[in-house]
Design a protein around this ligand. Structure first.
Ligand SMILES: C[S@@+](CC[C@H](N)C(=O)[O-])C[C@H]1O[C@@H](n2cnc3c(N)ncnc32)[C@H](O)[C@@H]1O
Length: 210
């Protein structure tokens, strides 16, 4: 049984890159490298989508991309071939995967948690905590409501389209869910105006010196 979100992304997949092109060029592409800066080893790209992060994967890292939508994964597959990369792509729901504990050194998720419904946020973060090794980082890129009245108004006008096309919202309290999931919040930084936030969390390592 496919979920409504999976069906939505299966429908939007073929238009996704075209619809996002302007934002991707001007807004997202300058930010994406920051998500991967300094990461090495086995990296998970959760909600890989059409693979917009691929050009920024660190050289030498072994990256696995997972997504709920087969149609988005197909696009990601084309992109990895076009870029000459080898990325393991898997159909999986990030709330419950079959990766073993501590499989990854780090995980990145760009614009995934603004799509996940509020009740799914903590379970998804708990799953990331399980499959990233103790001490490993989880880095998230998320839209939030601006504190500025005019920007917030524009976001509210934009919201029906965001919901219809992507199932996304600006009201996800991902930072709160990071704490609820038992992750250590390392920092949260605005990377585009006060609307796109990069959240860095760490998986607790009971063996680390205090
Ligand atoms: C807004 S897109 C972002 C795609 C990509 N990360 C990017 O930055 O362009 C959200 C992606 O998350 C995927 N997704 C949604 N819910 C998911 C889940 N529970 N598990 C895995 N992927 C999911 C969607 O299919 C979609 O490809």
């Amino acid at each position: 049984m496919t979920s409504p979100l999976e069906r939505k992304y299966n429908r939007v997949a073929r238009f996704y890159d075209v619809l996002d092109r302007g934002f991707e060029r001007r807004r997202y592409r300058p930010i994406r490298p920051r998500l991967f800066h300094g990461l090495t080893g086995r990296i998970l790209d959760a909600g890989v989508g059409t693979g917009c992060n691929m050009p920024f994967y660190p050289a030498g890292a072994s990256v696995t991309g997972v997504d709920l939508s087969q149609a988005m994964l197909k696009r990601a597959e084309h992109r990895q071939h076009a870029l000459g990369l080898t990325v393991e792509l898997r159909h999986a729901d990030i709330r419950k995967t079959d990766f073993s504990n501590g499989t990854f050194d780090a995980a990145v998720a760009t614009f995934l948690f603004c799509v996940l419904a509020p009740p799914d946020q903590t379970p998804a973060l708990i799953e990331l905590k399980r499959i990233v090794r103790p001490g490993g980082e989880i880095r998230l890129l998320e839209y939030v409501y601006s504190a500025r009245l005019v920007c917030r108004l524009i976001q509210r006008l934009w919201l029906p389209w965001m919901k219809f096309a992507y199932g996304a919202g600006f009201d996800r309290e991902t930072t709160r869910h990071v704490r609820e999931a038992g992750l250590i919040l390392v920092n949260e930084t605005f990377v585009y105006a006060d609307m796109i936030k990069m959240i860095v969390a760490r998986v607790p390592d009971p063996g680390a010196p205090a």
